[in-house]
Design a protein around this ligand. Sequence first.
Ligand code: PLP
Length: 449
Amino acid sequence: MKVEKELLKEWDKTYVWHPFTQMAEYVKFDPIIIERGEGCWLYDIDGRKYLDAVGSIWCNVHGHNVKELNEALIEQVNKIAHSTLLGLSNVPAVLLAKRIVDIAPKGLNHVFYSDDGSTAMEVALKMAYQYWQLKGEKKRTKFVKLDEAYHGDTVGSVSIGGIDLFHSMFRELMFETYKIPSPHPYRFDGTPEECRDYALSKLEEVLEKHGEEVAAVVLEPLVQAAAGIIVHPEGFLKGVRELCNKYNVLLILDEVATGFGKTGKMFACEWEGVTPDIMAISKGLTAGYMPLAITLATDEVYEAFWGGDYGSGKTFFHGHTFTGNPLGCAVALANLDLFEKKGYPESLKPKIDYLYRKLYEELSELKHVGDIRGKGFMVGIELVKDKKTKEGFSWKDDVGRRVSRRIVEKGVFTRPLGPVLVIMPPLAISEEEIDFMVKTYRDAIVEVL
Ligand code: PLP
């Protein structure tokens, strides 16, 4: 069906309910409708192009329209597009499980498939909950989460979320949790070490008081992305692992955003040599090509579910129609081949250094740039009213959105997190593209503020 551009835009505004979007606001602007992609660029139906500075919501790895990934998909679709993983298996799902176990932190030997980051976290929660039921510690039903946490939008993952704007509306639906402060050095009155120790002391307080009811501590390792790219101080993750060991609670890590080279290591927890008991991955798993997710578990967790008949309570009754989808698994395998071929993530170091050099050179002197923070390809640029006092802009100022809109007008696609401008490009971005991206952010900030 060939449809005129203007009609497509009209239908977009009329029929498509966009996620995380105030539609009354959305319809005021000419919609950008993407038709194709090439490398790190998106092309819309008006023939305009945009550098994809947020990697199509943090998942793209090698760019768009990548020959090797396309071919893997085509090869698989010519065999079979989907068969169930309930009672059957499929070749790419088996091969991928083995490849993922080989690259994951040692000890995470079991792969449970699902469809996206939220469902991977939903699986993690149910797995941890049932684990303790099976171990006979039936009181361990609660989770500890971080302030400003984001783990997805299903009801379980909303319950372990901490961003009021997104989550408070659903309070009545959410299960009870314990919340500890997120260690956010820029917003903490003290050194990064004090910031870390403060958050750890709060975790210990909760575990000391309520530890026997806690099933797991849940967190995004190193970088809390949706919170505004909060980068935890060194040693925090290690400290959390130690406290989990001390109080005998599970550690669930959400590597949905941080996984697959985004922080400069394959998985963020490698920075601190931490192995969780359960770990969720998605986004970069398929290089951003297909919806697919995995929840990894240790032998200890897996073996608690082992044996008995279906009525014994030991089966993990969870699974989705597209669990272990062969297309997703095939493209994920091709993604890992490309990681090997390109020497990712190790070979990314010079490019990451270049990115930060550019960011500091171009942006740090600007009047309203309060903080440039990040790890690897996850960068947040916090805009503030007053750099000295760190006073932020008010909600009404809407600075993040206004500046981001100007960035988009100038040919770079981005999406802010409140007053924080975000950069999370495909790992494949070139130095020339970094130059263009950073200059565009700079120009837009100067023009708007
Ligand atoms: N966990 C983290 C850390 C995320 O950043 C996200 C999404 O941005 C999710 C979970 C949810 O993933 P999805 O949107 O694929 O459900």
